[in-house]
Design a protein around this ligand. Structure first.
Ligand code: SAH
Length: 327
């Protein structure tokens, strides 16, 4: 059987998230530090305030994993912005039934969706951490002045003529990636935000060029084509393309900003110091170490980036300096 790469990736990840505990294989920012989710919750509260405090308002997350980010966010919101807490209605976009059950144990008041388009209309604040990187990609490879597309057959790539190849020229052997679902997501989300108001924040890794498809299995990189469903498949997010898609949907785009800079601007280290105060020294040191892991440039601080999509009338959201203009 020969399968286009994006279909292979969709099938492999659906099987992976349906049957495995992803967090046995890899960890993510909200699992590393509670301050991460707290800060993102307060980001939503500030944007809600800037949007003239719509009530009710939808608070949503795409790909919530174990529900940790949202649990931390809601705790911080309840403390610092009780009016926002009272106004919000929680919606989680999650395809894995297995992870939905984990989320429901911690977030019993949420409503679940398979896709963005069943989330009801209305002003929306949406968070997505390591969500876009899980969406399927296609890969095109340049051969003898033409683009071929990568398909998968029996654990190996095979190259076939592409129906809708990239428009650009490239050197022989060059690989370009395209994530249709990520771009559709960004455009549909932006048109919703432009229509009903609100903002979205994505944090993800990106910036790589060429082939960035990777598999993580039991904490280690593996062959992405081997044993579909046994490893988590991701690819770097093409932030420039996501931003362009969001603008085409009518959104104002901010970033990408390096995650470390973004979190530091939002007070990651101040919050961490507060949490560490009065703790036993080993616990305090662990909290500070976790924050540094998220923010230091040679760790998660630069590989990961933050990108915001907003209703065009909103002021720049916290952590971002200027709107990104069209390329
Ligand atoms: N945000 C979490 C989990 C990241 S893993 C964290 O930071 O820890 C990716 C998450 O996206 C998982 O919850 C996975 O089940 C979900 N997911 C993957 N593809 C999806 C899709 N097409 N639609 C909705 N959720 C998806």
């Amino acid at each position: 059987m020969t399968e286009r790469l994006d279909r292979f990736m969709a099938r492999a990840n659906a099987a992976y998230y349906a049957t495995r505990d992803p967090f046995a294989d890899f960890t993510t920012a909200p699992e590393i530090a509670q301050a991460f989710g707290e800060i993102l919750g307060l980001w939503c509260a500030v944007v809600w305030d800037a949007a003239s405090r719509p009530d009710p308002v939808l608070l949503a997350e795409a790909g919530p994993g174990r529900g940790t980010l949202m649990t931390d966010a809601l705790r911080a919101i309840a403390q610092a912005a009780p009016a926002f807490r009272a106004a919000l209605r929680l919606h989680l976009i999650e395809t894995s039934r297995r992870l939905r059950a984990v989320q429901a144990a911690r977030l019993p008041d949420a409503t679940w969706h398979d896709r963005l388009d069943t989330v009801p209309p209305g002003p929306l604040l949406l968070l997505g951490n390591e969500f876009l990187d899980a969406l399927p990609i296609r890969q095109f490879v340049r051969r003898n002045g033409a683009w071929l597309e990568r398909h998968v057959a029996e654990g190996r790539f095979v190259e076939q003529p592409a129906a809708d190849p990239p428009a650009n020229q490239a050197e022989d052997g060059a690989i370009v990636q395209r994530s249709g679902p990520a771009l559709d997501w960004a455009r549909d989300l932006a048109s919703r935000l432009a229509r009903y108001g609100g903002a979205a924040l994505f944090l993800d890794y990106g910036g790589g060029t060429g082939d960035t498809l990777q598999a993580i299995r039991e904490g280690r990189p593996g062959d992405p084509l081997a044993d579909p469903g046994a490893a988590d498949l991701t690819a770097h997010v093409d932030f420039a393309a996501v931003a362009e898609a969001a603008r085409s949907g009518g959104g104002a785009v901010y970033g990408p900003e390096p995650q470390g800079l973004f979190l530091a601007r939002l007070g990651l280290f101040q919050r961490t110091d507060r949490l560490a105060r009065g703790q036993p020294p080993a616990r305090a040191a662990a909290l500070i170490e976790a924050a540094r892991r998220l923010a230091e440039p040679d760790r998660m601080g630069r590989l990961f980036n933050a990108l915001a999509v907003c209703h065009p009338d909103l002021p720049p959201p916290p952590g971002f300096v200027t709107e990104q203009s069209a390329a």
